[in-house]
Design a protein around this ligand. Sequence first.
Ligand code: CUA
Length: 329
Amino acid sequence: MRRVPILLAALLLGGCDGIQSVMSPAGDGAAALHDLLLLSVAVCGAIYLLVMGGLGWSLWRRRAETVSEPASEEPALDRSLWVAAAVILAGLTILIIGSFLADQALFATRGSEALQLRVTGHQYWWRIEYRDPATGRWIETANELHLPQGRTARVALGSADVIHSFWVPNVAGKIDMVPGRRNLIDLTPRRLGWFRGQCSEYCGTQHAHMAFDVKVDSPAVFDAWLMAQARPANAVAGPVAARGASVFAGPCAACHAVRGTGAGGRAGPDLTHFASRRSIAAGTLPMTRGNVQAWITQPQALKPGVPMPAVPLSPQDADAVAHYLATLR
Ligand code: CUA
């Protein structure tokens, strides 16, 4: 029996850790909000216990009085009311101060950002652009966010269609992406590793499959990654990749861009370094050859309602396109 509470605690706390959790802060914004959450739970929990304790005590006293000597004088309510008012006032004051301090912490990095980003929400994927600190040029990628540890990235958020919401719970709070408006959020990650971001505002049938991977690297690794992303696509090597590239140049290039080739579509994600990413279809499936081929041939079966149409391709052509995409590292 003694194991039951331990088991219950393990079940309850098991969901707190992880790559998409506000309970496992790995960035400045998330840490400030995590502290505020703990403070709110402590204050509200203490008041709850006080109210329940007071209720239990008064019931017990009333019962004891009825048993011993009925018809005692009216209990003095005045003092208890003053105590209750003082406790509530103290609790609210602590919460107001906590909220103010959390707010200060969220905006403390303004003006010290080392990196500028633009992230645009689309049904159902993320356009991600980095401003190259050296040249000022914008480097485009999609569905995978890389951040340097200990540096602040200022992210300007927008939307191309409906309202989405940008949320990387381990790193910072959430903020809406509103069409026609730029909202700003600062990301200062402190812990290396992979995390997961998720759209947090219902935006259509595939809202739940609008996610992205987040990788926090050391500044040196991040700089190397950004330099690699800035380069145009690898040259086509081999006959199968060449066949894939020529098939891709037809229907696929209308929506997707591969820098360094004729493909310059803007409706879908930039695929210049597609194979360097960890997942496909905005965090929906792991990046494997089989998943890529299935996604090319039947996107509507894997993510119904997604704007990507099913293009009729022969099995050989679909295989060649998947092969070509796998060379875009
Ligand atoms: Cu985009 Cu929900």
